[in-house]
Ligand binder design. Structure first.
Ligand code: MG
Length: 383
């Protein structure tokens, strides 16, 4: 890792882990966080969780795993240029979607509906729950016992009510303070990654067309440049060339704008960043407008495409059916989930039982959820 700027998060001054541990040898605290994340079960399951396209629709589409790796890659590049802590960015990026349900946002939304009377469901908070509670790997503690900074980076947003229950980790939401620069950066790397790779996947799936995308200025500028320079390029290569240039343009804008903002506010330390009410990392006004346009385009033309809507419909049906059946009779849960349901119900009644059911469903991959649905509802299904 290159030299850190004074406003970066520095591993030796970490606010530590919930269960104190001896300092790692040969790697930093944040590298250890990253390593624990890569080795956990929830990380491996990201391979079979939908980003936009359901897993079995094709081998070329992004999954939550490849998405998370792209976020880490874009995040690290920007972190290095800005002198921020790459290891912390990488740890946050690789963990940011660990709590995601099967079937992308459709899964998260319906699970949240199911959990309406039991404290709700939010994938961001669930990612924190995975690394704090749900991974059972280490002898000395539940969860991965990550550093405060990685956990704070995972918790992008939360309600005031939740913030009050989270102790030191929730304090910044009560104070309305910004998170570390590394957390801010990873958040934007996430957006850059999915907005651009969803264009690529949408074109590949033929749900979007090049003609349509020419209405998006960010795309069209690069489209014209590429057409002029490489008029004979195949369509696949043209698309890739446009998208890599779009990412590059957004990354360059973000780095330059952020450097100017940090200088303008005379930011010297990470502590100073975290008493600000506004984020220091962001696009220029012009790029922010372009970026918003791209997001709106994707919402209207890709996420609302009838093909994606059909997937959403099925996902809602599967998740809701599973939730209802397990809430109705927790004896249908496999032993480990049944055990958690009993434990949590002892403590918090129905809300506890619902939480265990939500944990079980959220942990499923797309194909596991489909199979589990079949096992329960299809009388002809033989295990
Ligand atoms: Mg993401």
């Amino acid at each position: 890792m290159s030299e850190l700027a004074p406003y970066a998060s520095h591993a030796p001054t970490s606010r530590g882990r919930r269960y104190p541990e001896p300092a790692p040898v040969g790697r930093s605290e944040y590298q250890r966080d990253r390593d624990r994340i890569v080795h956990c079960a929830a990380f491996r399951r990201l391979e079979y969780k939908t980003q936009v396209f359901v897993n079995h629709e094709g081998d070329m589409f992004r999954t939550r795993l490849t998405h998370s790796i792209e976020v880490a890659q874009i995040g690290r590049t920007m972190a290095r240029t800005l002198g921020l802590n790459e290891d912390l960015v990488e740890a946050i990026a690789l963990a940011h979607d660990l709590g995601h349900t099967p079937f992308g946002h459709a899964g998260q939304d319906i699970l949240n509906d199911c959990m309406k009377h039991y404290g709700g469901f939010e994938h961001n908070l669930q990612s924190l729950r995975v690394v704090d509670e749900l991974e059972h790997r280490y002898a000395e503690f539940d969860g991965l016992n990550l550093t405060f900074e990685t956990r704070a980076g995972i918790l992008k947003h939360c309600s005031l009510k939740t913030a009050r229950s989270l102790g030191a980790l929730g304090q910044r939401f009560i104070d309305k303070h910004a998170p570390s620069l590394e957390a801010q950066l990873t958040n934007i790397a996430d957006e850059i990654a999915y907005n651009n790779h969803d264009v690529d996947d949408g074109l590949r799936a033929a749900l979007l067309t090049l003609e349509q995308l020419r209405d998006v200025p960010l795309f069209n500028t690069q489209y014209e440049l590429v057409q002029e320079r490489y008029p004979k390029l195949s369509q696949r290569r043209t698309i890739h060339e446009i998208i890599r240039r779009m990412i590059n343009q957004q990354v360059t804008d973000l780095v330059q704008t952020t450097q100017a903002t940090l200088a303008q506010h005379a930011i010297q330390t990470s502590a100073q960043v975290q008493t600000q009410e506004r984020d220091m990392i962001g696009f220029s006004t012009e790029m922010a407008a372009h970026h918003l346009k791209l997001k709106q385009f994707l919402r209207e033309n890709l996420y609302r495409h009838y093909h994606v809507q059909r997937m959403t419909f099925k996902a809602r049906h599967i998740v809701k059916s599973l939730f209802d059946v397990f809430m109705n009779d927790s004896h249908l849960l496999p032993p480990e989930a049944q055990h958690s349901a009993a434990l949590l119900a002892q403590d918090q009644g129905d809300s506890g039982r619902a939480r265990a059911v939500a944990d079980y469903i959220a942990g499923m991959t797309d194909r596991y959820a489909i199979t589990e649905y079949d096992r329960i509802y299809n009388p002809g299904y033989v295990t």
